[in-house]
Design a protein around this ligand. Structure first.
Ligand SMILES: [Zn+2]
Length: 193
């Protein structure tokens, strides 16, 4: 992944001369610069889950107001990174890189994001477009078909049936019962008698 924007925040002992750990912020911006800075250990928890542009803001404060050992190559890299970040488009790009990085690390976030994308696509269909009467009707038909399916669902192995004659009530029949409407049959018998 050497060709992507990357910020890594780690807590470790980097300086053999000093005891105790420090927070290292490593920044890599392709074709611009890569550099790392050591900050105090207490910054680790403050920085580790922050969006990368905000992490860079914190580092900038430390660079600007001291508290950082620097050498000339780090200073040049820092200047290049800061210059690059002054462009809002680059800042957005770094933010997007952070979001992609978060998704890779957190599968649940990845799934939620996929779901959000689905819902956004669904919503996009209606942007600047009130649902038409036909769409409303189609929606209502779908819902009522679902309800009907529920209502006609098998009850203890039986299912409700109707012959279509509005005067004949629906009845429950076994799934293998092929006999027709009892009210029709009664009427037929009456007619035959
Ligand atoms: Zn009938």
């Amino acid at each position: 992944m050497s060709d992507s924007i990357l910020v890594r925040i780690t807590l470790d002992s980097y300086d053999m001369a000093s005891t105790g750990r420090q927070t290292q912020v490593y920044v890599q911006i392709p074709e611009v610069a890569s550099a790392s800075w050591l900050l105090s250990s207490d910054l680790f928890h403050r920085l580790k889950d922050r969006p990368w542009p905000e992490v860079m803001d914190v580092v900038r404060d430390y660079v600007t107001y001291g508290g950082l050992a620097s050498n000339s190559s780090a200073t040049a890299a820092w200047a290049a990174v800061m210059e690059w970040l002054r462009d809002p488009a680059n800042r957005d790009e770094m933010q997007a890189a952070w979001e992609a990085d978060q998704e890779q690390r957190h599968p649940v976030a990845r799934k939620l994001r996929a779901r959000v994308a689905e819902l956004e696509a669904e919503l996009a269909k209606y942007v600047g477009h009130e649902p038409t009467v036909a769409e409303e009707m189609a929606y209502l038909k779908e819902r009522s078909a679902e309800l009907e399916a529920l209502e006609l669902g098998a009850v203890n192995g039986r299912t409700s049936a109707s012959c279509g004659n509005p005067d004949h009530p629906t009845w429950l029949r076994k799934l293998d019962d092929k006999r027709g409407c009892p009210w029709c049959r009664i009427a037929e018998m009456g007619g035959a008698a």
